[in-house]
Design a protein around this ligand. Sequence first.
Ligand code: B12
Length: 228
Amino acid sequence: MTGKEGRVRYNEKLEGWLRDLDVDTFGIADMSRYGEEITGIGDLTAGELPFAVSFGIVLSVGVLGTLKDGPTQLYLHHYRQLNYRLDMIGYFLGRSMEREGFRAIPFAASQVVDWQRQRGHINHKKVGVMAGLGWIGRNNLLVHPLFGSQVRYNTVLTDMPLEVNRELGLDCGSCTACIAACPAGAIRMERSEFDHHGCYEMLSRFRKERNIGHHICGVCVKVCRGKR
Ligand code: B12
């Protein structure tokens, strides 16, 4: 199946698979516009694997509700379980594509492969924006119009021909909920002024002092609720 008709048919197949896998949101990005190397495995997006499926599952409102000024053991567990589930969804989606005779690479929800530059294989937030799922907010996270920042994401690259989505072209408007909430005071009105190092220092403290073992916080996620 080639051409637009074929792409639309594969989009329908994809929708069915993702519905069965119970994702909350997904979109398709044209990776010829990604403009970066896929860390650790070179540039496969120039022609070999030109499509990315970005998909997300939402965090539990109940678990987020238990966060006050930083991460808890319950949030840590939830974070790890959702990462595991996103990795499994990526695996099953990739397998469905391979069964149809296509190539697919599922990535990890939260694996750092370049520690110096703090990078994963692929930037899920950037792919999500390109796939029309939301915008990068003042809190430096991908903000979904319905779920805010309360979504975790993963990406599968493929050569299965698909119709791609467009960027939403929205932003946070006048919402500043995350600025007041951030325990590190790292968030500013101007997104470009986000204090990466201030945020990272606070995450490092939480990691040690609260026996969390991971660089997580969750407070700017909790307050960025979208329409939930
Ligand atoms: C490494 C990593 C981190 C690192 C560094 C992130 C970073 N690069 O800034 C640390 C540990 C700080 C981190 C923190 C958090 N993360 Co994180 N993280 C990742 C991971 C695994 C890779 C990110 C990546 O490769 N980025 C690529 C770079 C180039 O993109 P960038 O971040 O836009 O680039 C900027 C930084 O590199 C920055 N920079 C430059 N120098 C330095 C130095 C330091 C020390 C830092 C920190 C940044 C920095 O400058 C670049 C340009 O602005 C992704 C998963 C993935 N594969 O995408 C999750 C991911 C981005 N994280 C996520 C989340 C939720 C968090 C936390 C809220 C933790 C938590 N769960 O409680 C905090 C959020 C802090 C914040 N408000 O930004 C989610 C975001 C979901 C969403 N809705 O947007 C992701 C997508 C995981 C997922 N599967 O959903 N994370």
